[in-house]
Write a protein that binds this ligand. Sequence first.
Ligand SMILES: O=C(O)C1=C[C@@H](OP(=O)(O)O)[C@@H](O)[C@H](O)C1
Ligand SMILES: C=C(OP(=O)(O)O)C(=O)O
Length: 407
Amino acid sequence: MKLTLQKSSVNSKSEIQITGSKSESNRLLLLQALYSDIKIKNLSNSDDSNVMQQALQTSTNVIDVHHAGTAMRFLTAFFATQNGREVTLTGSSRMKERPIQVLVEALNLLGADITYLETTGCPPLKIKGNVLTKNKVTLKANVSSQYISALLLIAPKLENGLELTLEGEITSVPYINMTLDLLNQIGVETVFDDNFIKVKPLNKELKAKSLVVESDWSSASYYYSIVALSEIGTEITLSAYKESSLQGDSALANIYKQFGVETTFLNNTITLKKNSKNTNAIKLDLNNSPDIAQTIAVTCLGLGIKCHLTGLHTLKIKETDRLLALKNEIEKLGGKISVTNDSLGLEESIFLKNDCEIATYNDHRMAMSFAPLALKTSLQIADSMVVSKSYPTFWDDLKSIGFKISK
Ligand SMILES: O=C(O)C1=C[C@@H](OP(=O)(O)O)[C@@H](O)[C@H](O)C1
Ligand SMILES: C=C(OP(=O)(O)O)C(=O)O
């Protein structure tokens, strides 16, 4: 469904509640399938978490995870260890292009039985569950951290735990730390030293049974962008967030200082306030937080600020080739942008074209990252429904703070 966003302004003060992080939720759902005593609070209401939950509950043999990358990767590891169960794990046409070979090879070296049903290296997969007999494996760490998290999540159930040696520059490191921290919270002992990770088997009672998911910082990024593009004094309060987060995208609080947005932490909320204007060029390495690259690029476009973003090599294998998608849509609006395999450069722009239709490429973050531009110009979002992958109530929440949105 196409949506029209008229040029809008937001209320001077507003509040939004965002549900749990989809990354934390999908890890905890997998751990809950392994340790049934675990209770999860503030679970994400995203499609990706719903798909994960259903996949772990169903007894059917063909499981379709649609666009959910974490579900695909985490479930591959999970079903590889379900002795006696045979599953076909598939997804959307884009999922069938997203690489999974690094994970499949690592699991097969540990003793799993996974084969490709269509293209070598990509889903769909045939997974014959069995007992993984080995406990040491070396794998490439520069393609996706999700492969590493997938292995770590099943590790405490393996008889001898797991030892991983990581090759190459490690990408999206905070997501690996998030996995290890959640394991630690339930009582699993881990070591992460340089390029080596060790996870011990959990042979005792769970340390914590009730875990509360912090709200999603990637979803918060769109409000950072909205505040950055608003009048000085504009405030938005979001819940429920913590100052010491497991989510790498909490780097937003620091990053958006450069756009004049201050963050105040109080009673599990964050208040974002536009305090000052900034026109200085932005330079950032986003290797640790790839999911906020689109938000930041579009904030810069809206403010007419030059930016140079690096560490973006994983963007090409996400829901779409996000570098190409950004280039296409930013150029439509009149921006001057260049992209390489792992970077993006945007020139200062002064004028944004009106009424452009932003294509969404089956990517929730394309729709959500361009929406804040309605504070500067009128625009259309080609397929508004894509947001449900991570943030189903996004458009209602935007309306509640003053955005003028119609079908
Ligand atoms: O582990 C996770 O929950 C995620 C890891 C990141 O992927 P990569 O490690 O592939 O960059 C991130 O982009 C994705 O949205 C969620
Ligand atoms: C890349 C993302 O998700 P996934 O890889 O889990 O599909 C995302 O949510 O931006």
